[in-house]
Design a protein around this ligand. Structure first.
Ligand code: GTP
Length: 288
């Protein structure tokens, strides 16, 4: 069953009989169960109540449409597309172990290749030898090029190599895998700052995104992680992976509302086709 079918099964309006306190209580409970989190749920339900009253909405369809609008507005916190308008442009990926960074880079690389772009993968996660190997497999699969060094190399040095290669080869987009770990916030900041300095120096004014990859199945823990990352790195967008493994799509709204960072992509499986640009309208249609 696909993610959208799963969240439809949440059946948010199953207990609907009238617009009364019981209805709002049940709605609150369902939204919290969908991983929307307490703060975001209360905010959404308060807003819904006030609009239902103000707009004199009386029927179920009207309430549904109103809730969809409320959630869509909460999801609209910035540019949902990727800014890749310089040649080359750079996308950095950060996130804790196992959330799906490498897989996401592979999928996005393949999709950009499909748009006719020249893509270079940069194996900046030098902490784990297997990370570069895994990225090499994705490069072969997607037809992207790859720049890597030995295990333990300085990630900023790998980025320098990747930028030089991109300039020489007329590359459109560099996708940088990073170790991006949070063992220690200072280490992460130092690593990312060093990478940023290389990019600033070698590619002044280039379009740059920093995407934080989060595993949707970790729910509210993912949100806590995200807050720490947001403090350590200038995150421009979220990729929410493994949504195929959960019906708890409410986490998407919690992330947008609490972090004020747009969800740009969602991961719906392990295959190369399973990365989708996040579509707030389709999402709220399915949820409500
Ligand atoms: N079901 C599902 N699995 C996914 C998705 N994205 C990634 N995975 C799987 O999650 C696992 C971890 O993915 P990786 O890409 O290796 O994660 P990573 O963040 O690069 O991990 P490290 O290299 O250890 O930092 C792999 O088995 C992936 O196939 C997704 O959207 N859905």
């Amino acid at each position: 069953m696909g993610f959208f079918d799963k969240i439809k099964k949440l059946n948010i309006f199953s207990g609907f009989s009238a617009i009364d306190d019981d209805f709002y209580d049940e709605l609150e409970e369902t939204l919290i169960l969908s991983d929307m989190g307490m703060d975001t749920t209360l905010k959404a339900v308060e807003e819904l109540k006030s609009r239902v009253k103000g707009e004199k909405i009386k029927d179920e369809e009207g309430v549904r449409a109103c809730l969809r609008r409320v959630l869509q507005e909460m999801l609209a916190v910035g540019d949902q597309g990727l800014k890749l308008d310089t040649k080359p442009s750079v996308v950095l990926f950060i996130g804790v172990n196992g959330v799906g960074k490498t897989t996401t880079i592979g999928k996005l690389g393949a999709s950009l290749k499909g748009e006719g772009k020249k893509v270079l993968l940069c194996a900046g996660d030098t902490f784990r030898a297997a990370a570069a190997e895994q990225l090499t497999v994705w490069a072969q699969r997607s037809g992207a090029e790859i720049v890597k060094q030995h295990e333990g190399a300085d990630p900023a040095a790998v980025v320098f190599d990747a930028v030089s290669a991109a300039k020489a080869r007329n590359t459109d987009v560099i996708l940088v895998d990073t170790a991006g770990r949070l063992h220690n916030k200072q280490n992460l900041m130092n690593e990312l700052n060093k990478i940023s300095r290389v990019i600033d120096r070698e590619l002044p004014g280039c379009a740059r995104e920093t995407l934080l990859v989060l595993d949707a199945t970790t729910g509210q823990n993912g949100l806590i992680q995200a807050k720490q990352f947001r403090e350590a790195a200038g995150v421009t967008g979220i990729v929410l992976t493994k949504l195929d493994g959960t019906a708890k799509g409410g986490i998407t709204v919690a992330i947008a509302n609490e972090l004020q960072i747009p969800v740009k992509y969602i991961g719906l499986g392990e295959g190369v086709e399973d990365l989708r640009p996040f579509d707030a309208e389709a999402f709220t249609e399915a949820l409500v």
